[in-house]
Design a protein around this ligand. Structure first.
Ligand code: SF4
Length: 106
């Protein structure tokens, strides 16, 4: 079954008489090229250290849908690297969050 897109400007699809509306753009919009769509390792976009974050951000740097991707990630409260920005619950992060108990401060 394929859904038919009924509007070029909204993410609304009509399938078997039922209209499905999305509140955010989807990766299935025709004509868009998501640079990471065929990436062999999707885990790259969920980095666990700063080196992994830099690798993901370098990959996103030349992506043609970078702004759209970031918008999508923020609107969907996503985690991981979207549009070259590390998100946690849709909020941009400055770096990989530290795990565990915070260090004692003298
Ligand atoms: S900007 Fe988004 S779509 Fe483009 S490579 Fe990065 S994660 Fe993938």
């Amino acid at each position: 079954m394929t859904a038919r897109k009924i509007s070029a400007h909204e993410d609304r699809f009509d399938t078997k008489g039922v209209t499905i509306a999305f509140t955010a753009p989807t990766p299935h919009q025709p004509g868009l090229v998501w640079a990471c769509a065929d990436h062999p390792d999707p885990d790259v976009f969920h980095p666990i250290d700063e080196a992994g974050l830099a690798e993901a951000q370098a990959f996103c740097a030349d992506c043609p849908v970078r702004a759209l991707c970031l918008d999508l990630g923020q609107r969907r409260d996503e985690y991981g690297v979207w549009g070259g920005v590390l998100l946690e619950n849709g909020k941009p992060q400055s770096g990989i969050p530290r795990r565990g108990r915070p260090p004692k401060v003298a």
